[in-house]
Design a protein around this ligand. Structure first.
Ligand code: COA
Length: 133
């Protein structure tokens, strides 16, 4: 059954400003990425940083942030209280469709997620399905 819904809308330039101000190799950006990104996403971050890919890094951080805010909103208060960004990640299947994975995804959880970008904006919607406890 449907147990929760969440959405988020983010100005990508907010993230871009952080990345450009701090530089891809800055310590503060690294701390920010560690706090936000799951180890799976962190590997992508390290690869993007190595290839000096600012646009890719901004896309990774903004997509990750936006999806996790939407996941957070879809959770019940008990799980929200324990929520940590870096225990969740957004992935894309072979068709490009986004999915939500991570250490705090339960056996009974099923997250449906949709993301859209337009210019400076990114938005995500998450529908959480599962079994009522
Ligand atoms: C509560 C939170 C989701 C609000 O998000 P935001 O980006 O500041 O603001 P948004 O405009 O996206 O969302 C605001 C809406 O969220 C909704 N909202 C507030 N608390 C909520 C909650 N606990 N669960 C679900 N939705 C919530 C409300 O509808 C609110 O709008 P309203 O007051 O007009 O009804 C966010 O501030 C938060 O606490 N996130 C937790 C995740 C976290 O730990 N972030 C830190 C990064 S390390």
């Amino acid at each position: 059954m449907i147990l929760g819904i969440g959405c988020d809308l983010l100005k990508v330039s907010r993230i871009e400003r952080i990345v450009r101000r701090q530089g891809l190799n800055g310590k503060t950006l690294d701390r920010f990425a560690t706090r936000i990104l799951h180890p799976v996403e962190r590997e992508q971050f390290v690869a993007l940083r190595r290839s000096d890919d600012i646009a890719g890094t901004v896309r990774l951080l903004s997509g990750s942030w936006c999806c996790k805010e939407a996941v957070f909103k879809s959770l019940e208060p008990g799980r929200q209280a324990k929520f940590r960004f870096n225990r969740w990640y957004k992935s894309n299947d072979e068709y490009g469709r986004p999915t939500i994975c991570g250490d705090d995804v339960n056996n009974t959880d099923r997250f449906l997620v949709s993301v859209s970008h337009d210019g400076d904006m990114i938005m995500s919607t998450v529908l959480r399905q599962g079994i009522q406890q």
